[in-house]
Design a protein around this ligand. Structure first.
Ligand SMILES: [Fe+2]
Length: 292
């Protein structure tokens, strides 16, 4: 099957031609989609009516192993019964919308900060695939920032000065910046992980800045200098020229490369409107799959 991509932004993001990903099993088409990810870092697929099982199965075909520690597990069991699929919804287990003061809603609000999925775990998250199951009649958006072009736009001296830096990523840190409080027991499950500040796509060799809200401090640097550097770089990556806003339609599937982008959910009237999304994230294991 031939898939083509239509660019949606000058430097990244494309929409794929019509395809039913549930039916994509052949190595050639899967590799064509991986090449699309190499080039665009974010791909939009319309009209993908996935069940949870079908979405997980596609993600395994695409990139091997699913990440089961993307954060919310520390708060207790998901209503979906597996940690391999994340419930990105404003719906409680009883089917009602979250109350404004619900602790799970407060936790989910952290997704409105620029972030990369599971950067606070080792291995981190690689590809995330977010499926829109129920989309409200009001505009709802997720924004993406191009961390590759932003890296390439830095001057040589800056690129050299940050090349070998390492950063501690912690979801406890990022959630606490919004006033969310973890119990000691929850915190113990979320120690964080150290990641390079500059990461390289193992398939293409292209580099990108790897940071955002979970980035808590620069290893071996004094706290204030490290945090100032991280803020400056996050501000740089999220300059408007590097940002694309995806407007959700029902049955959209958006795949993004967490090593090449940052993203954030945008606000909507979530006390009135139901929105149900499912996200699967693959483990960053470059050799988990055989690539052509
Ligand atoms: Fe996310």
């Amino acid at each position: 099957m031939t898939i083509t991509f239509r660019k949606l932004h000058p430097t990244f993001v494309a929409e794929a031609s019509a395809v039913d990903l549930r039916q994509v099993h052949d190595a050639e088409t899967l590799e064509a989609i991986r090449r699309g990810m190499d080039e665009f870092a974010v791909l939009v697929f319309r009209d993908q009516p996935f069940t949870d099982e079908e979405q997980m199965a596609f993600a395994r075909r695409f990139d091997g192993v699913l990440h089961e520690k993307t954060g919310a597990a520390a708060l207790g069991r998901s209503r979906l019964g597996t940690e391999a699929i994340a419930d990105i919804s404003n719906v409680a287990p009883d089917g009602e919308l979250f109350a404004p003061d619900d602790r799970r809603r407060a936790y989910a609000l952290g997704n409105r900060l620029w972030h990369t999925d599971a950067s606070f775990e080792d291995p981190s998250g690689r590809y995330s695939m977010l499926s829109a199951r129920v989309v409200p009649p009001v505009r709802t958006e997720t924004e993406f920032a191009d961390a590759r072009t932003a890296y390439e736009a830095l001057d040589d001296a800056t690129r050299t000065s940050i090349e070998t830096l390492r950063v501690h990523h912690s979801i406890a840190y990022s959630r606490e910046t919004l006033g969310f409080e973890f119990s000691a027991e929850e915190r113990a499950k979320l120690p964080g992980a150290v990641q390079p500040l500059v990461r390289t796509n193992p398939r293409t060799g292209r580099r990108a800045l790897y940071l955002a809200s979970h980035a808590a401090h620069v290893v071996d640097w004094p706290l204030p200098e490290g945090r100032l550097l991280l803020r400056e770089l996050i501000d740089h990556v999220t300059e408007p020229s590097f940002v694309y806003a995806h407007v959700w339609r029902p049955n959209d599937l958006v795949i993004w490369d967490n090593l090449a982008t940052m993203h954030r959910g945008r606000p909507f009237d979530d006390a009135t409107h139901r929105r149900e999304m499912r996200r699967v994230t693959t483990l960053d294991l470059p050799h988990a799959i055989e690539t052509a």
